[in-house]
Design a protein around this ligand. Structure first.
Ligand code: SF4
Length: 321
């Protein structure tokens, strides 16, 4: 099959748009979607100038998503003195897994010439995920502990590095799954939080001074296209799956979405765009008169912003002793 835009052979077919694209036009299309998302979410504010540059911290895990995001943002802003990129890698303490992906991050950062920082759960909290899984005092999936610790480390270090933005490599499949899970669980508060934390134009989100704003510029690109982009660009990507990966419910939703997408191409896009609009409306419900989230307070132990007396991270660390 030929590419729709030139005579070269197509390397991919996107059923949701009907496009057949060759390698060059496919790469161009992925980069265009990321740049369009940066513009639509107004991630580069007017006040950004070469004299007043913005610092963007990217959560860099070494997996395909964060590696592709880092590469495209670097290509986009390499010659732009208004944006400085920092890669932040978290070492969870998972034997035989994170060491290999850390190598991919170090290689990428060196190739691109960007600053790269590494933080470990062991240094931060005195725990390693391998031991957490063994103890499991809350009888939960590994990812439930790991996600709480990761969010805490990313937010704190982004603030410490003076970041204006914290970017993560969530793709279209990740975000459509999360949207559907929140909806099926009836978790309306989580929808509001999701919007304020990372979706929609920055100007429309509630201004929470305690948090570095987050952004997900890869969220218009399906997972398989991210993988194909990484492959075509021969990026240093760590492909192995975490041995503690255990999100059974997310796996079910993923399978459900694969089926829906096959029979009804474009389902993921429509889920996400409808969800973003809904979440934006819901977020307004949780504001007080000053436009702030009314349910936020400081954790009595670490001072982090939370909706409880003691934040989830401090509760988990207490259970882990
Ligand atoms: Fe942590 Fe789960 Fe990711 Fe493994 S799969 S690194 S346990 S969040």
């Amino acid at each position: 099959m030929e590419c729709n835009r030139c005579d070269a052979e197509a390397v991919m077919h996107a059923a949701y748009s009907g496009a057949h694209l060759c390698a060059d036009h496919f790469r161009e299309s992925v980069e265009k979607r990321v740049r369009r998302r940066v513009r639509r979410d107004d991630l580069v504010p007017r006040e950004a100038t070469p004299e007043n540059p913005q610092t963007w911290v990217i959560g860099l895990s070494g997996g395909k998503d964060s590696v592709v995001l880092t590469r495209i943002l670097h290509e986009t802003f390499a010659e732009d003195p208004r944006i400085e990129l920092i890669g932040l890698t978290i070492h969870e303490g998972i034997e035989g897994y994170r060491d290999a992906s850390l190598e991919a991050c170090v290689e990428l950062a060196a190739d691109l010439g960007i600053r790269h920082e590494v933080v470990s759960y062991e240094a931060e909290f005195g725990v390693r995920m391998d031991d957490v899984v063994e103890d499991d005092p809350e009888n939960m999936a590994a990812c439930a502990y790991c996600g709480v610790f990761r969010r805490d480390v990313l937010s704190r270090y982004a603030a410490e590095f003076g970041a204006d933005l914290l970017l993560t490599g969530h793709n279209l499949d990740d975000e459509a799954q999360t949207a559907l899970m929140n909806f099926l669980e009836g978790d309306v508060a989580q929808m509001a939080k999701h919007f304020d934390a990372s979706l929609g134009p920055l100007s429309e989100r509630r201004d929470q001074e305690a948090f570095v704003p987050r952004a997900k510029p890869l969220r218009d690109v399906p997972e398989k296209e991210v993988a194909l982009y990484a492959h075509l660009e021969e990026l240093p990507v760590h492909m192995a799956e975490c041995p503690h990966s255990s999100e059974a419910y997310r796996g079910e939703i993923q399978q459900l979405l694969y089926g829906l997408e096959e029979n009804h191409p474009g389902t993921r896009h429509s889920i996400l765009s409808g969800y973003e609009e809904l979440a934006s409306i819901v977020a307004q419900r949780y504001e007080d008169d000053d436009g702030e989230r009314a349910d936020l307070r400081e954790c009595v132990e670490c001072g982090a912003t939370t909706t409880r007396d003691r934040c989830r991270k401090c509760s988990l660390l207490a259970s882990l002793g």
